[in-house]
Write a protein that binds this ligand. Structure first.
Ligand code: ATP
Ligand code: MG
Length: 157
């Protein structure tokens, strides 16, 4: 069915092989931790998959070789919290608000090298909003970024 009780860990494992393979090609270590492997959310599983894929794809793309990307999933007070944290290039303060806009990319030259259209975060934000959640980012230039997604486990669909 379209809307299901989705086990977040199972969805993550479905994409872990592919994403860790891409990470390995840059010698990036993709690590993860789930506070509880039975955490569920009321959603479409493809939506959750897309959120993981977009955030992990970015984390790997905008992180130099030999560094790390860490995924952390937990639940608190009826919300799930997904954190994707990298040790990459970071995002300038003045761009932070705009990265969720369609086609917005921070550094055109650099972005051209790594490829993409600038739609990933716009789609991700749209999905998260449609699930009644929100997404925010903490970033430090040259040190890395952390994208945090909060989704209520029982949402209005
Ligand atoms: P697409 O996702 O469509 O392949 P994209 O990755 O460029 O292309 P978004 O995922 O929407 O597009 O991200 C928008 C911009 O935000 C990126 O071009 C990049 O400049 C910046 N960005 C996103 N994630 C990160 C990150 N983890 N570290 C540094 N910059 C990031
Ligand atoms: Mg992207």
């Amino acid at each position: 069915s379209l809307v299901d009780s989705v086990n977040i860990y199972e969805v993550f494992i479905e994409i872990y092989d592919m994403t860790s393979y891409i990470a390995k090609s840059k010698n990036i270590k993709l690590t993860y931790e789930f506070s509880d492997k039975s955490i569920k959310v009321c959603s479409n599983r493809d939506y959750i998959k897309q959120v993981f894929l977009n955030l992990i794809d970015n984390a790997i793309k905008y992180t130099p070789e030999n560094k790390e990307v860490h995924v952390h999933v937990s639940s608190l007070d009826g919300n799930i919290c997904i954190s994707v944290k990298d040790t990459g290039v970071g995002i300038p303060e003045e761009d932070i608000e705009r990265i969720f806009e369609r086609f917005y990319r921070v550094d055109k030259a650099r972005s051209r090298d790594v490829g993409g259209t600038g739609l990933g975060l716009a789609i991700t934000k749209h999905i998260v909003k449609s699930l009644g959640g929100n997404i925010r980012v903490k970033s430090e230039l040259g040190k890395g970024s952390e994208f945090i997604v909060i989704i209520p486990q029982k949402n209005f669909l």
